[in-house]
Ligand binder design. Structure first.
Ligand code: SF4
Ligand code: SF4
Length: 503
């Protein structure tokens, strides 16, 4: 069948600069480039290009340019180029449209409509180069009050605290499962988390035995498919996370195609090699808050009440009420994943149309838990579109204890957000199990890049806090008075619980 799809990208090669080294030919798993010996020329199949920019980045002579195809299709505001493209594709395949990474629709990004305060004259700012700044964060349930005993100048905490997850910076790596990402990517995340003093998250892919040594920095997920969940796995973790939903695909399960289930993945996930790993949409033992309470209790019992248990949900319309139930069910950490949260594979229509922005969900959840007087009983971690240190600071001021970053971490490793993770052909060696491609991500280099990213963001957070006259991230948590909205409606401001700039 002749395809009616117009190539998304144009691949332009400067023939004077091209030295016919064939780097682009070897680097592209989508077979875009082809060297013709007879003509001594390199050609491009533009219809295959996904825009991952691996070839452009590695071309030794900068001879390549990949750009959006400007060809005008007779589209209008309703029948956009993307809508036409999707319909042509479905007319050719008869299948559900798949995609990777997070929603790319232009829903309002509230982080970009919120500004931060700074100290002037009174409450002077603090210079983070000269004064100590505290980013250390403890995640877990806090008591309503603490009792201090001791006497005669000795102060001892008499209240028994629930287990806490200690982070040196309020940034963790999101759930990224082995299977969706390569082993080398998992290793980079684990090593970087250990080096920085934070945590990464296994997602629903289990934990490879070689990574058990980073257990103190690992959040082990228990998802509906229960892949790789066993006593050693739970025991290895610093914290456990029950995954109910994720922002990129609220309400549906996951699917790792059999061709990605290699020997190692089959061993880690405890499923036969080459079989599809299907995780059901719901946990089949959770149909109520009481059921959730039972699973939280079971996980705490199984690990001797030594580890905090997180419950992760996708941000949806009634997240606040759900979060209240989760806290009352015994969750120590509430993880909220917004509509811009990434994934290895999701139906495009679900990714782009289901769920709500994390900023609104966070504001609603924090407010509800405060109203009910149970905010201290659980920490709140947010994910789904955190792109910079400024986003982290705004999230904390809006009520988060810490954030998860997924896409930003992968970008640090080379990802160019081409959204083709579901093909398994990631040219950057990230979202792939192809041994030829996975080698492209060197764990040493990847770890360094992630450590650099977290170090840089942490420094920036300290600078922003210093400018606000705050010396501990804890003091900013939930302090919405230090936020102002720009160009937002009254309703949006009320929802976010902030004033408009100028007020
Ligand atoms: S990588 Fe650059 S120089 Fe090498 S063949 Fe491709 S376009 Fe030419
Ligand atoms: S991980 Fe790889 S395939 Fe996925 S968006 Fe990034 S570059 Fe593309």
């Amino acid at each position: 069948m002749k395809s009616y799809i117009i190539p998304e990208f144009l691949v332009e090669r400067d023939d004077h600069h091209c030295i016919r080294c064939e780097v682009c030919v070897r680097q592209c798993a989508f077979d875009v480039h082809r060297y013709d010996e007879e003509e001594d020329e390199v050609f491009a199949h533009e219809d295959k290009c996904v825009g991952c920019l691996r070839c452009v980045t590695l071309c030794p002579t900068n001879a390549l340019v990949v750009r959006d195809n400007p060809t005008r299709v007779p589209a209008n505001a309703n029948w956009t180029r993307e809508v036409l493209h999707n319909i042509y594709k479905q007319a050719e395949t008869g299948g559900v449209l798949l995609t990777g990474m997070g929603c790319d629709k232009e829903y309002r990004n509230y982080w970009d409509r919120i500004t931060l305060d700074a100290s002037q004259v009174t409450n002077p700012s603090i210079d983070p180069l000269r004064e100590p700044m505290e980013l250390r964060t403890y995640l877990g349930s806090k008591p309503d009050a603490v009792e201090i005993g001791g006497g005669r100048g000795r102060h001892e905490l008499e209240t028994r605290l629930a287990p806490q997850l200690r982070l040196e910076t309020p940034i963790m790596f999101s759930a990224l499962s082995y299977g969706a990402i390569s082993y080398n990517t998992c290793e980079c995340l684990a090593r970087a988390a250990a080096e920085v003093g934070t945590c990464y998250n296994t997602g629903e892919g289990g934990l490879h035995r070689d990574l058990y040594r980073y257990g103190g920095h690992t959040i082990c997920q228990v998802a509906s498919g229960r892949f790789g969940v066993h006593a050693d796995y739970l025991e290895a973790a610093a914290a456990l996370e029950i995954k109910i939903g994720q922002g990129a695909k609220p309400g549906i399960g996951g699917h790792l195609p059999g061709e990605k289930v290699s020997e190692e993945i089959s061993r880690t996930r405890m499923i036969p090699k080459g079989t599809d790993a299907l995780s059901p949409a719901p946990h089949h033992d959770i149909y109520s808050i009481e059921d959730l309470a039972q699973l939280i209790y079971a996980l705490k019992e199984a690990t001797g009440w030594q580890k905090p248990v997180s419950v992760k949900i996708a941000a949806v319309h009634n997240s606040a009420a759900i979060a209240s139930g989760m806290v009352r069910a015994g969750a120590d950490i509430i993880a909220l994943d917004g509509i811009r949260g990434g994934t290895g594979a999701a139906p495009t229509m679900i990714r782009d149309n289901v769920g709500i922005p994390i900023e609104l969900a966070l504001a609603a959840v924090d407010a509800r838990l405060r109203e009910e007087g149970i905010r201290n009983r659980a920490s709140v971690v947010v994910a789904g579109g955190i792109r910079s240190s400024a986003d982290v600071v705004k999230a904390v001021a809006l009520g988060a204890d810490a954030v998860y970053i997924g896409t930003a971490a992968l970008v640090a490793l080379g990802c160019h957000v081409c959204q083709k993770c579901y093909t398994g052909k990631c040219n950057w060696g990230i979202a792939t199990q192809d041994p030829y491609l996975t080698k492209r991500l060197n764990p040493e280099v990847g770890t360094r890049r992630l450590v650099n990213l977290l170090t840089a963001w942490s420094h920036e957070i300290m600078e922003i806090l210093g400018g606000m006259g705050i010396n501990a991230i804890e003091s900013l948590r939930g302090n919405r008075l230090r936020l102002r909205g720009v160009g937002l409606t009254r309703e949006e401001l009320d929802m976010l619980g902030i004033k408009h700039a100028g007020a």
